[in-house]
Ligand binder design. Structure first.
Ligand SMILES: [Zn+2]
Length: 105
C-alpha cells in the first residue's frame, strides 16, 4: 500500500516503509467548498482577503487519495472524476485540472 503524506512506518503492520515517488496525476474522488475562513493559524488569509475555495480528495494513479485545494477558475466546473494534476509544496497540496493534451501521459 502507499500513503500520503509519507511515513517511515507502515500504517498496517508498523514495519519499515520505503519512500515512493507519486506521479501526481489522478481524478477527483470527492470535494467540498470551504465557504468561510478556516481557523488562523494555520490558515493564512491571502492578501486579497478570504474567498471561498474548493477542497477535494484526488485519487492518484497509485491508488492514494491526497487532500488538496482545487485550483479552478470556476467552482461550477468541478466534477467528480475530473482529471487533476497535484503539486505538493509547503502547506496543503494543490490540484489543477489536467490539460486535455497531457491526459494519460
Ligand atoms: Zn506493512
Amino acid at each position: 500500500m502507499t500513503v500520503y503524506p509519507a511515513d517511515d512506518t507502515c500504517p498496517r503492520c508498523g514495519g519499515p516503509a520505503d519512500p515512493a515517488a507519486l506521479q501526481g496525476t489522478g481524478t477527483l474522488w470527492t470535494w467540498t467548498v470551504q465557504r468561510y475562513a478556516p481557523k488562523s493559524p494555520p490558515y493564512q488569509v491571502p492578501p486579497g482577503g478570504f474567498e471561498p475555495f474548493a477542497l477535494g480528495y484526488v485519487e492518484l494513479a497509485e491508488g492514494v487519495r491526497v487532500a488538496a485545494v482545487l485550483d479552478v477558475d470556476d467552482l461550477d466546473e468541478i466534477r467528480i472524476g475530473m482529471p487533476l494534476s497535484v503539486t505538493a509544496g509547503p502547506g496543503v497540496p494543490r490540484a489543477r485540472p489536467t490539460p486535455l493534451s497531457e491526459e494519460g501521459s
